[in-house]
Design a protein around this ligand. Structure first.
Ligand SMILES: [Zn+2]
Ligand SMILES: [Zn+2]
Length: 144
């Protein structure tokens, strides 16, 4: 169950069919430049934040969700407008919430760029956050 003392953040898709809430208790946040995230979002990278699955819930439009993948590893978007909203990851234990559709401001900020090894060549990272070739755990940052 969601901790009722936690500050809750709301988010929704473009057309408003799908609404969700998530506790402002994200464990980590990053900008992912992998090709999957670029394709899924249609953007240069995906800013996302990770949290335990039970601290996230869809409050409206569960029947409108379109998922891609398996029960415990999938991307979810609105089946009507197509907004990419979140991914269920880590054997279903965590949700990676795409930060773009959040209506409320989370306390956390992306703390690194990951999968910079597959970054779009036309995009230049202009901040000073650490850049990792793949996952954070797989080696030191490549820009420091
Ligand atoms: Zn929608
Ligand atoms: Zn990615």
């Amino acid at each position: 169950m969601t901790d009722t003392t936690a500050r809750m953040l709301a988010g929704r898709c473009l057309c408003g069919s799908v609404h969700y809430v998530v506790a402002d208790e994200f464990r980590y946040a990053a900008n992912c430049h992998c090709t999957d995230c670029r394709r899924t979002t249609g953007s240069a990278f995906k800013p996302f934040a990770g949290i335990e699955r039970e601290k996230f819930s869809v409050t409206k439009g569960t029947d409108r969700l379109q998922t891609y993948g398996q029960e415990n590893a999938h991307d979810a978007r609105c089946g009507k407008c197509g907004s990419f909203l979140y991914s269920v990851v880590r054997d279903g234990a965590y949700v990676h919430v795409a930060l773009g559709p959040l209506a409320d401001e989370p306390t956390i900020r992306p703390s690194e760029h990951i999968f910079v090894g597959s970054k779009a060549p036309w995009f230049t990272i202009t901040d000073d956050l650490p850049q990792y070739r793949t996952h954070v755990a797989e080696g030191p940052p490549i820009n420091r």
